[in-house]
Structures are given as structure tokens and as C-alpha cells.
Design a protein around this ligand. Sequence first.
Ligand code: GRF
Length: 216
Amino acid sequence: MRIGVLVSGRGSNLAAILEAAARGVVPEVALVVSNVATCPALEIARRAGVATRVVDPAVFAVRPDHDRAVAAALGAARVDLVCLAGYVRLIGAPLIEPFAGRILNVHPSLLPAFPGLHAPKQALDRGVRIAGCTVHFVDAGMDSGPIIAQAAVPVLPEDSEESLAARILVEEHRLFPAAIRWIADGRVRQEGRRAVWTDSPRTAGALESPTPGVRS
Ligand code: GRF
């Protein structure tokens, strides 16, 4: 299996995936694609010796054409599993369908609460006591696909958007590679609106637990 990672920004989740790939926890990252030529994530990929492609939305008349170009780049790199790691574009059928059940996103909230931008701020504004992150299969909606795994963190009275986002990010870096591993191993698959296990997650240890806060 070969992974393709889509990025638009800082690239800390990409770095976590690359680190997991270097340890053999997840398959090789074959290609990193970005819609933003100047994003720091691309530099992280280059430093790791991973092939990169910029697919500039400005040169495409309509969004489906951009999605098609991204899918073609992933296909040419023989990517089987696509990971959205801070990719700030909605994607549609031309990109989702070729990778149905093999395209994942990480989001900094306990979905279905707080989809979209600035999720930690949304959580603070609503006064929730528990926040977290979600890895889910991607569909055409905004952060709306079947949920694979979640991790929770407390919201502290003194939290700012930055401090809460940082606490959540630590869990993202643990959860995303773990979920990628489960998919690569064929242990979780998409079935309609749900992600289902093909074996019992209760037999899994350490990194593998999908239950927030449970580690051995
Ligand atoms: C992460 O919080 C991720 O959940 C969200 O965008 C952010 C990307 O951060 N989708 P990074 O680029 O991986 O550092």
C-alpha cells in the first residue's frame, strides 16, 4: 500500500505520518500534494525525500477539474490510500470516487460537533468541557464522513483557542497514524454512514485503542 497526503498549511500531521512511516507503523508516503505552493508542509515533505506536487486551483475553471488533476497525480504515483492532513478545500466526486473507502481526514473536534474552520474556537465559544479530534472517511460534505476514531481532551478554564488547539493536536498526531494503520491492515472499512471493524478493537493494545485515553 502507498499513501498520498494532501496538505495546505503547517504540516504537523504530515510530519507525524512521515515519522510513523519511517518506523514502519504505516505504509510508505509516495506523494504529498498541495494546493498552496508556499506551504511549510511541502518543505517538510521535501526534507523527508518525499515526492511533492503542487496543483494550483487558480489554473482550473471549476472545482471538479482541480479534483480530477489531484486524483490523476495520486493515481500516477500509484497511491492507494489518501490522507487529508490540513487540506483546506472541500473535495468532490472526481477525487472521492476513485478512492472510495480509502480517503481519510483528521479534524480538531469531536465530530459531528464543530465541523469547518476554527473548531477549537467553536468548542470554546460553546463552553464544552471535553474537546478532541476525529479521524473519518471523507465524503462530499464538510467533515461529515463516517467516523473511524476519536480522542478526547479536557477543556480547561484558562484555555485560549491556541492552548486548546495545541492539546488537541497532540492527540491528532497519535490518532491519525493509528487510524491509517488500521485501514492499511484492513481492520476498518466504510459501510454506508458508519466505519465498521472487521475484528474487535478491544483486542488491540497500546497505540491501537480507538477509545479516548485508553493506552496500555
Ligand atoms: C489540524 O488541526 C487538522 O485537524 C486540521 O487542520 C490542522 C492541520 O494542521 N484539519 P497541520 O497542517 O497538520 O499542522
